[in-house]
Design a protein around this ligand. Structure first.
Ligand SMILES: [Zn+2]
Length: 170
């Protein structure tokens, strides 16, 4: 066991201290009040709730590199659909995504060159064609046999420059 690295996280803890001061306790439960789950990227420019006009308690947010539908996303959606009130899923990749700007091999090469680490045992799931990848991911959720048949699954691309959500036909 090692001590909590308080120096490295000093801003985090200070930020939380002021958050607690203005925090108003609510009786929110764990269910998504708007029945929505958003699968999006870890990109720090994305504010998933704010960009769809929602707030704490309204939606489940699943994030990873590239907004890809992985086995873990499917696992989480099963729980969200049956236990947490999710009835609709929006898969939401974004413009200017790092995961769509290089190939799998290029990212492995870059990390190897810069850090001397061999990462080829990791599948990054880079995206060559964002539209095609989004369609694949939306259909993967729709086809997943353990999810409710009436779960509504859609795709849209978030534009990090304008803030606009652009719906896609999938
Ligand atoms: Zn991204």
């Amino acid at each position: 066991m090692s001590d909590f690295p308080a120096d490295t996280f000093a801003d985090v803890l200070a930020g939380n201290a002021s958050y607690v001061e203005s925090f108003s306790a609510s009786d929110l439960g764990g269910r998504a009040l708007q029945g929505l789950a958003i699968v999006t990227c870890m990109d720090s420019r994305i504010e998933p709730l704010a960009l769809v006009g929602m707030k704490k308690g309204d939606a489940k947010i699943l994030r990873n590199a590239g907004a890809r539908v992985t086995d873990d996303v499917l696992r989480t959606l099963v729980l969200a659909a049956y236990l947490l009130g999710v009835e609709r899923v929006l898969v939401m990749p974004h413009t200017d995504c790092k995961m769509a700007s290089a190939t799998e091999e290029q990212i492995h090469d870059r990390i190897r060159a810069d850090y001397g680490v061999e990462t080829s045992s990791v599948e990054f799931r880079t995206v060559e064609d964002q539209t095609a990848a989004l369609a694949y991911d939306v259909r993967r959720i729709r086809a997943y046999p353990l999810l409710p048949r009436d779960l509504v699954v859609a795709g849209a691309v978030y534009d990090v420059r304008s803030g606009a959500l652009v719906p896609q036909d999938v």
